[in-house]
Design a protein around this ligand. Structure first.
Ligand code: G3P
Length: 214
């Protein structure tokens, strides 16, 4: 499973990249707004730091507006891919951006049927939102599992399943068990993934024994 970081904070991207396992970045309008910076400045900084795909989401809601934004954003850097929402207009835009040779991440996916439509539209990635389904008492990861199973039935489907709306390390484990192609993980969750008290205690014990023997 590949790891993307879900952030528009360039310092978080830099720190995640520094670990050596970062495969890409996903942003969204809320994350960019939180950064307090202009979209283009954020995207150019991130695209400078990582080689993998950087998802940049359109804010238009009509197909033509999505196409104008997507084609413009895709010009900013070779590793920009365009995020469109899973709406009829978004799926139409996905089809046409894909025909332009532009990578598309179809986002705000909450059902396998939506994922089927995105795959038929040639999406590069589909982003099922796990946490937001969990938030309303639905089994979010089951959606990922079902989408992976459906896609695996058809050799011609090349759309990659990008588990999104990850809330905690357990979601990452479950996404890997579900055979998701990618998990896009908030930086604080990446940091939590390193943590285990037995590791800390074990390291302390090794060093104590080593130092006692000097
Ligand atoms: O950026 C897409 C997705 O990962 C955001 O999820 O629910 O944390 O806003 P959420």
């Amino acid at each position: 499973m590949e790891f993307f970081v879900d952030t528009a904070d360039v310092d978080e991207v830099r720190r995640a990249e520094d670990y050596g396992f970062l495969d890409g970045v996903t942003t969204n309008p809320s994350l960019v707004a939180d950064s307090g910076r202009e979209l283009e400045d954020v995207v150019l900084d991130i695209c400078e730091m990582v080689e993998g795909p950087v998802s940049v989401e359109v804010t238009a809601t009509e197909t033509e507006g999505m196409l104008e934004e997507g084609r413009r954003y895709a010009e900013w850097a070779d590793n920009v891919i365009i995020k469109v929402p899973l709406t009829p207009d978004g799926v139409r835009a996905c089809n046409r951006l894909t025909d332009d040779g532009i990578g598309v991440n179809v986002t705000l996916c909450f059902s396998p049927n939506q994922a089927l439509l995105a795959a038929r539209a040639g999406a590069t990635y589909i982003s099922p939102f796990v946490g937001r389904l969990d938030d309303i008492g639905h089994p979010g990861m089951e959606s990922v599992e079902t989408i992976v199973d459906i896609y695996d039935n058809y050799d011609h489907i090349e759309t990659e399943v990008l588990a999104a709306s990850i809330r905690h390390p357990r979601h990452v484990t479950k996404a890997a068990l579900a055979d998701a192609d990618v998990a896009t993980v908030p930086f604080d969750v990446i940091e939590q993934m390193f943590q285990h008290p037995k590791t800390d205690l074990g390291l302390e014990s090794f060093l104590d024994d080593w130092n006692d023997a000097q």
